[in-house]
Design a protein around this ligand. Structure first.
Ligand code: ATP
Length: 270
Protein backbone atom coordinates (compact mmCIF):
# COMPACT_ATOMS: atom_id res chain seq x y z
CA UNK A 1 0.00 0.00 0.00
CA UNK A 2 2.82 2.45 0.72
CA UNK A 3 4.22 1.90 -2.74
CA UNK A 4 0.85 2.44 -4.37
CA UNK A 5 0.73 6.11 -3.60
CA UNK A 6 3.80 6.53 -5.77
CA UNK A 7 2.11 5.14 -8.85
CA UNK A 8 0.55 7.95 -10.79
CA UNK A 9 -2.56 7.12 -12.75
CA UNK A 10 -3.82 9.82 -15.07
CA UNK A 11 -5.75 10.49 -18.21
CA UNK A 12 -3.36 12.79 -20.03
CA UNK A 13 -4.46 15.63 -22.29
CA UNK A 14 -1.87 15.59 -25.05
CA UNK A 15 -3.17 15.22 -28.60
CA UNK A 16 -1.29 14.17 -31.74
CA UNK A 17 -1.72 17.74 -32.98
CA UNK A 18 0.18 19.07 -29.98
CA UNK A 19 3.27 17.28 -31.26
CA UNK A 20 4.96 19.18 -34.07
CA UNK A 21 6.04 17.00 -37.01
CA UNK A 22 7.64 13.61 -36.22
CA UNK A 23 4.90 12.17 -38.45
CA UNK A 24 6.58 8.89 -39.29
CA UNK A 25 7.18 8.06 -35.64
CA UNK A 26 3.62 9.00 -34.73
CA UNK A 27 2.34 6.67 -37.43
CA UNK A 28 4.48 3.68 -36.43
CA UNK A 29 3.75 4.18 -32.78
CA UNK A 30 0.00 4.40 -33.39
CA UNK A 31 0.04 1.22 -35.43
CA UNK A 32 1.88 -0.67 -32.72
CA UNK A 33 -0.78 -0.01 -30.13
CA UNK A 34 -3.99 0.83 -31.95
CA UNK A 35 -4.00 -1.98 -34.47
CA UNK A 36 -3.94 -4.82 -31.92
CA UNK A 37 -6.65 -3.04 -29.91
CA UNK A 38 -8.90 -2.17 -32.84
CA UNK A 39 -8.26 -5.08 -35.19
CA UNK A 40 -7.40 -8.12 -33.07
CA UNK A 41 -9.03 -10.43 -35.66
CA UNK A 42 -6.41 -9.41 -38.23
CA UNK A 43 -3.63 -10.46 -35.88
CA UNK A 44 -5.32 -13.80 -35.35
CA UNK A 45 -5.94 -14.28 -39.06
CA UNK A 46 -2.33 -13.58 -40.00
CA UNK A 47 -0.97 -15.18 -36.83
CA UNK A 48 0.98 -12.06 -35.92
CA UNK A 49 1.87 -11.35 -32.33
CA UNK A 50 1.16 -7.77 -31.35
CA UNK A 51 4.20 -6.12 -29.77
CA UNK A 52 4.29 -6.64 -26.03
CA UNK A 53 6.43 -3.67 -25.19
CA UNK A 54 7.53 -0.66 -27.18
CA UNK A 55 10.85 1.02 -26.53
CA UNK A 56 11.28 4.64 -27.54
CA UNK A 57 14.86 5.80 -27.63
CA UNK A 58 16.60 8.99 -28.60
CA UNK A 59 18.11 12.23 -27.31
CA UNK A 60 16.43 14.21 -24.50
CA UNK A 61 13.58 16.63 -25.16
CA UNK A 62 12.52 15.15 -28.49
CA UNK A 63 8.94 14.07 -27.62
CA UNK A 64 9.19 10.53 -26.28
CA UNK A 65 7.00 11.36 -23.29
CA UNK A 66 4.63 13.43 -25.42
CA UNK A 67 4.21 10.50 -27.82
CA UNK A 68 3.29 8.12 -25.01
CA UNK A 69 0.82 10.61 -23.56
CA UNK A 70 -0.78 11.39 -26.93
CA UNK A 71 -1.24 7.72 -27.56
CA UNK A 72 -3.08 7.34 -24.27
CA UNK A 73 -5.19 10.46 -24.77
CA UNK A 74 -6.25 9.67 -28.32
CA UNK A 75 -6.92 5.99 -27.75
CA UNK A 76 -8.73 6.66 -24.46
CA UNK A 77 -6.26 4.64 -22.38
CA UNK A 78 -5.40 5.15 -18.75
CA UNK A 79 -1.81 6.21 -18.32
CA UNK A 80 0.54 5.08 -15.60
CA UNK A 81 3.98 6.69 -15.36
CA UNK A 82 6.85 5.07 -13.55
CA UNK A 83 10.29 6.66 -13.49
CA UNK A 84 13.14 4.16 -13.49
CA UNK A 85 15.29 6.00 -10.92
CA UNK A 86 12.34 6.35 -8.53
CA UNK A 87 11.87 2.62 -8.51
CA UNK A 88 15.42 2.36 -7.27
CA UNK A 89 15.67 5.24 -4.84
CA UNK A 90 12.26 5.38 -3.22
CA UNK A 91 11.56 1.74 -2.98
CA UNK A 92 14.79 0.18 -1.85
CA UNK A 93 13.88 -3.15 -0.29
CA UNK A 94 10.39 -2.92 -1.72
CA UNK A 95 11.27 -2.74 -5.36
CA UNK A 96 9.87 -6.07 -6.49
CA UNK A 97 6.67 -5.39 -4.65
CA UNK A 98 6.48 -2.01 -6.32
CA UNK A 99 6.81 -3.54 -9.79
CA UNK A 100 4.09 -6.09 -9.03
CA UNK A 101 1.94 -3.24 -7.82
CA UNK A 102 2.47 -1.30 -11.05
CA UNK A 103 1.32 -4.25 -13.12
CA UNK A 104 -1.60 -5.01 -10.85
CA UNK A 105 -2.75 -1.44 -11.13
CA UNK A 106 -2.26 -1.44 -14.91
CA UNK A 107 -4.43 -4.56 -15.26
CA UNK A 108 -7.10 -3.02 -13.08
CA UNK A 109 -7.03 0.16 -15.17
CA UNK A 110 -7.05 -1.64 -18.56
CA UNK A 111 -7.11 -0.59 -21.32
CA UNK A 112 -4.02 1.17 -20.14
CA UNK A 113 -0.45 2.18 -20.91
CA UNK A 114 2.38 1.79 -18.46
CA UNK A 115 5.13 4.26 -19.29
CA UNK A 116 8.55 3.45 -17.85
CA UNK A 117 10.56 6.62 -18.24
CA UNK A 118 14.36 6.48 -17.97
CA UNK A 119 14.25 2.71 -18.05
CA UNK A 120 18.04 2.59 -18.46
CA UNK A 121 18.25 3.30 -14.71
CA UNK A 122 17.27 -0.35 -14.23
CA UNK A 123 19.96 -1.63 -16.52
CA UNK A 124 23.16 -0.08 -15.24
CA UNK A 125 26.04 -2.23 -16.30
CA UNK A 126 27.55 -4.40 -13.62
CA UNK A 127 30.57 -3.49 -11.55
CA UNK A 128 29.99 -0.27 -9.64
CA UNK A 129 27.67 1.30 -7.13
CA UNK A 130 25.66 -0.38 -4.39
CA UNK A 131 22.41 0.12 -6.27
CA UNK A 132 23.28 -2.54 -8.80
CA UNK A 133 21.67 -5.40 -6.95
CA UNK A 134 18.46 -3.43 -6.54
CA UNK A 135 18.47 -2.59 -10.25
CA UNK A 136 19.02 -6.26 -11.07
CA UNK A 137 16.13 -7.40 -8.92
CA UNK A 138 13.76 -4.75 -10.25
CA UNK A 139 14.72 -5.68 -13.78
CA UNK A 140 14.11 -9.39 -13.33
CA UNK A 141 10.78 -8.67 -11.68
CA UNK A 142 9.85 -6.48 -14.63
CA UNK A 143 10.80 -9.24 -17.06
CA UNK A 144 8.84 -11.77 -15.01
CA UNK A 145 5.75 -9.60 -15.23
CA UNK A 146 6.18 -9.16 -18.97
CA UNK A 147 6.72 -12.89 -19.55
CA UNK A 148 4.21 -13.70 -16.87
CA UNK A 149 1.67 -16.46 -16.59
CA UNK A 150 -1.01 -13.86 -16.06
CA UNK A 151 -1.57 -12.43 -19.53
CA UNK A 152 -1.43 -8.69 -19.97
CA UNK A 153 -4.76 -8.05 -21.58
CA UNK A 154 -5.06 -4.58 -23.08
CA UNK A 155 -2.07 -3.34 -21.16
CA UNK A 156 0.59 -1.74 -23.33
CA UNK A 157 4.06 -1.29 -21.96
CA UNK A 158 6.04 1.64 -23.29
CA UNK A 159 9.54 2.50 -22.11
CA UNK A 160 11.81 5.42 -22.90
CA UNK A 161 15.54 5.88 -22.72
CA UNK A 162 18.29 8.26 -23.81
CA UNK A 163 20.85 5.52 -23.44
CA UNK A 164 20.04 2.48 -25.56
CA UNK A 165 23.75 1.60 -25.35
CA UNK A 166 23.47 0.66 -21.67
CA UNK A 167 20.20 -1.26 -21.99
CA UNK A 168 20.27 -4.86 -20.88
CA UNK A 169 19.82 -7.07 -23.95
CA UNK A 170 17.37 -9.23 -21.98
CA UNK A 171 14.88 -6.38 -22.20
CA UNK A 172 14.74 -6.24 -25.98
CA UNK A 173 14.23 -9.94 -26.64
CA UNK A 174 11.08 -11.00 -28.55
CA UNK A 175 8.04 -10.99 -26.30
CA UNK A 176 9.47 -8.14 -24.26
CA UNK A 177 10.33 -4.73 -25.71
CA UNK A 178 10.02 -6.12 -29.19
CA UNK A 179 9.13 -2.93 -31.02
CA UNK A 180 11.90 -0.38 -30.96
CA UNK A 181 11.42 3.13 -32.30
CA UNK A 182 13.97 5.88 -32.63
CA UNK A 183 12.67 9.32 -31.71
CA UNK A 184 15.30 11.62 -33.15
CA UNK A 185 15.79 15.38 -33.14
CA UNK A 186 13.14 17.23 -35.15
CA UNK A 187 13.95 17.76 -38.84
CA UNK A 188 13.29 21.06 -40.65
CA UNK A 189 9.63 20.32 -41.20
CA UNK A 190 9.08 19.19 -37.62
CA UNK A 191 10.85 22.27 -36.27
CA UNK A 192 8.58 24.48 -38.36
CA UNK A 193 5.56 22.69 -36.90
CA UNK A 194 6.85 23.03 -33.34
CA UNK A 195 7.29 26.77 -33.89
CA UNK A 196 3.86 26.99 -35.46
CA UNK A 197 2.26 25.35 -32.41
CA UNK A 198 4.11 27.66 -30.02
CA UNK A 199 3.48 30.84 -32.02
CA UNK A 200 -0.25 30.18 -32.12
CA UNK A 201 -0.32 30.91 -28.42
CA UNK A 202 1.86 34.02 -28.61
CA UNK A 203 1.24 37.55 -29.82
CA UNK A 204 3.77 37.90 -32.63
CA UNK A 205 4.55 40.66 -35.14
CA UNK A 206 3.93 40.43 -38.88
CA UNK A 207 7.64 40.35 -39.66
CA UNK A 208 7.89 36.86 -38.25
CA UNK A 209 9.49 34.34 -40.61
CA UNK A 210 8.88 30.81 -39.33
CA UNK A 211 10.85 29.29 -42.19
CA UNK A 212 14.01 31.12 -41.14
CA UNK A 213 13.51 30.18 -37.48
CA UNK A 214 13.17 26.52 -38.46
CA UNK A 215 16.31 26.73 -40.60
CA UNK A 216 18.35 28.35 -37.86
CA UNK A 217 17.46 25.80 -35.20
CA UNK A 218 19.09 22.78 -36.78
CA UNK A 219 20.24 20.47 -33.98
CA UNK A 220 17.81 21.85 -31.39
CA UNK A 221 15.43 19.52 -29.57
CA UNK A 222 11.72 20.25 -29.38
CA UNK A 223 12.17 21.19 -25.74
CA UNK A 224 14.85 23.71 -26.69
CA UNK A 225 12.61 25.28 -29.32
CA UNK A 226 9.82 25.66 -26.77
CA UNK A 227 12.31 27.23 -24.34
CA UNK A 228 13.68 29.69 -26.88
CA UNK A 229 10.18 30.88 -27.74
CA UNK A 230 9.73 31.71 -24.06
CA UNK A 231 13.08 33.48 -24.11
CA UNK A 232 12.01 35.56 -27.14
CA UNK A 233 8.98 36.74 -25.18
CA UNK A 234 11.15 37.78 -22.27
CA UNK A 235 13.54 39.63 -24.59
CA UNK A 236 10.63 41.58 -26.06
CA UNK A 237 9.51 42.52 -22.55
CA UNK A 238 13.00 43.58 -21.56
CA UNK A 239 13.09 45.89 -24.54
CA UNK A 240 9.70 47.42 -23.90
CA UNK A 241 7.48 46.55 -20.99
CA UNK A 242 4.46 47.82 -22.88
CA UNK A 243 5.18 45.93 -26.09
CA UNK A 244 2.18 44.27 -27.70
CA UNK A 245 4.05 41.91 -30.00
CA UNK A 246 7.17 39.79 -30.13
CA UNK A 247 9.27 40.49 -33.22
CA UNK A 248 11.36 38.27 -35.45
CA UNK A 249 14.57 39.83 -34.10
CA UNK A 250 13.69 38.64 -30.59
CA UNK A 251 13.45 35.07 -31.82
CA UNK A 252 16.76 35.40 -33.69
CA UNK A 253 18.43 36.67 -30.54
CA UNK A 254 16.94 33.85 -28.48
CA UNK A 255 18.23 31.31 -31.02
CA UNK A 256 21.75 32.73 -30.66
CA UNK A 257 21.78 32.15 -26.93
CA UNK A 258 20.00 28.78 -27.11
CA UNK A 259 22.10 25.94 -25.71
CA UNK A 260 22.05 22.91 -27.91
CA UNK A 261 22.29 19.93 -25.62
CA UNK A 262 22.23 17.30 -28.33
CA UNK A 263 25.85 16.86 -29.36
CA UNK A 264 27.21 14.82 -32.21
CA UNK A 265 28.86 12.51 -29.67
CA UNK A 266 25.44 11.93 -28.15
CA UNK A 267 23.91 11.16 -31.55
CA UNK A 268 26.61 8.55 -32.06
CA UNK A 269 24.84 6.33 -29.49
CA UNK A 270 21.90 5.94 -31.80
P1 ATP B 1 13.53 13.19 -22.00
O1 ATP B 1 14.31 12.12 -22.68
O2 ATP B 1 14.36 14.33 -21.54
O3 ATP B 1 12.54 12.69 -20.98
P2 ATP B 1 11.46 13.38 -24.01
O4 ATP B 1 11.97 12.92 -25.33
O5 ATP B 1 10.57 12.49 -23.25
O6 ATP B 1 12.68 13.89 -23.15
P3 ATP B 1 9.30 15.24 -23.89
O7 ATP B 1 9.17 15.21 -22.41
O8 ATP B 1 8.31 14.52 -24.69
O9 ATP B 1 10.75 14.77 -24.29
O10 ATP B 1 9.38 16.73 -24.40
C1 ATP B 1 9.78 17.77 -23.52
C2 ATP B 1 9.04 19.04 -23.89
O11 ATP B 1 9.56 19.52 -25.13
C3 ATP B 1 7.58 18.84 -24.13
O12 ATP B 1 6.84 19.00 -22.95
C4 ATP B 1 7.26 19.91 -25.15
O13 ATP B 1 7.05 21.15 -24.52
C5 ATP B 1 8.53 20.03 -25.95
N1 ATP B 1 8.54 19.26 -27.21
C6 ATP B 1 9.45 18.32 -27.57
N2 ATP B 1 9.21 17.85 -28.80
C7 ATP B 1 8.12 18.48 -29.25
C8 ATP B 1 7.35 18.43 -30.46
N3 ATP B 1 7.69 17.63 -31.48
N4 ATP B 1 6.26 19.22 -30.55
C9 ATP B 1 5.91 20.05 -29.55
N5 ATP B 1 6.59 20.16 -28.39
C10 ATP B 1 7.69 19.40 -28.23
Amino acid sequence: PSAMREIILEVPKVYWNDIGGQEEIKQKFKESVEWPLKHPEMFTRFSIHPPKGILLYGPPGCSKTLMAKALATEAGLNFITVKGPELLSKWVGESEKAIREVFRKARAAAPSIVFFDEIDALTIKRGGSGQISVADRVLSQLLNEMDGIEPLVNVTIVAATNRPDVMDKALIRPGRFDRILYVGPPDLLSRREIFRIQLQKMSVAEDLDVEELAEKTEGCSGAEIVALCQEAGLLAMEEDLEATEIHHRHFLKAIESCTRRISSEMLAYY
